[in-house]
Ligand binder design. Structure first.
Ligand SMILES: [Zn+2]
Length: 72
């Protein structure tokens, strides 16, 4: 995986499913596996454990154009 300079987020992964599992990967960020559901109207979801952001491929351009996820 390479870094994408267009994405201003700690870690972002483009996925092809709306339901994905995150366990934080290897190393210090590892955490119990959780299932994340990407809201279809939003197109992305953020893992509450490791802050990793998952963007659905169908929404990638849309999300990036909006400047990514606006934190509320
Ligand atoms: Zn995670």
């Amino acid at each position: 995986m390479s870094q994408n300079p267009e994405i201003d987020a700690p870690e972002t992964e483009v996925v092809s499913q709306y339901r994905i599992a995150c366990d934080g990967g290897d190393g210090a960020l590892g955490h119990p596996r959780v299932w994340l559901q990407i809201p279809q109207d939003l197109g992305w979801v953020e893992c509450g454990y490791c802050d990793k952001r998952y963007i659905h491929a169908d929404h990638e351009q849309e999300v990036l154009r909006k400047g990514g996820a606006e934190r509320t």
